[in-house]
Design a protein around this ligand. Structure first.
Ligand code: GDP
Ligand code: MG
Length: 170
């Protein structure tokens, strides 16, 4: 196709939830067991062909550390989409994800499409966050929701396609 759209996207969520790993999987098709912590934020871009269009995602992968919190609005303001990531094997990361959703709803742009990603879906034995709990929370807050695994690639491309489908409708 010849049409190119740009979509600015930000990943938010607790340290260690797997934000960088999701980006690495999406952008490079890779996974590493010992992903280095992100300092501040990192930028990536990746295109996705959708029907006769090409969407170019401009991705800001944020650190998640409290000490970088004040930088977050720079990344989520003006973003077409945000992926709020938690780790299904870590209840505290789900609590943190809900805080990000609240902040986005209070301080962010009304038009930003927000997706909730329950990452590390491969760690079923260690699950602490039930899928029903997250699904209900997402429905109540107008987010769309998927469990993902950067490790196995489950639902990683899918979440970006889903975001794109929603972004283009606004
Ligand atoms: P970030 O701080 O949110 O960017 O998290 P990272 O991407 O740095 O990931 C933190 C750790 O979790 C790393 O050791 C990753 O290898 C691991 N990790 C990330 N995604 C997954 C996943 O889907 N499954 C499993 N089992 N481990 C993951
Ligand atoms: Mg990171």
């Amino acid at each position: 196709g010849s049409k190119i759209r740009n979509a600015k996207l930000v990943l938010l969520g607790d340290v260690g939830a797997g934000k960088s790993s999701l980006v690495l999987r999406f952008v490079k098709g890779q996974f590493v067991e010992f992903q280095e912590s992100t300092i501040g934020a990192a930028f990536f871009s990746q295109t996705l062909a959708v029907n006769d269009e090409t969407v170019k995602f401009e991705i800001w992968d944020t650190a998640g550390q409290e000490r970088y919190h004040s930088l977050a609005p720079m990344y989520y303001r003006g973003a077409a989409a945000a992926i709020v990531v938690y780790d299904i094997s870590n209840q505290a990361s789900f609590t943190r994800a809900k805080k990000w959703v609240q902040e986005l709803q209070a301080q962010g742009n009304q038009n930003t499409v927000v997706a909730l990603a329950g990452n590390k879906a491969d760690l079923l034995e260690a699950r602490e966050v039930q899928i029903e709990e997250a699904k209900t929370y997402a429905q109540e807050n107008g987010l769309f929701f998927m469990e993902t695994s950067a490790k196995t690639a489950t639902n990683v491309n899918d979440i970006f396609y889903e975001i794109d489908a929603n972004v283009s409708s606004i």
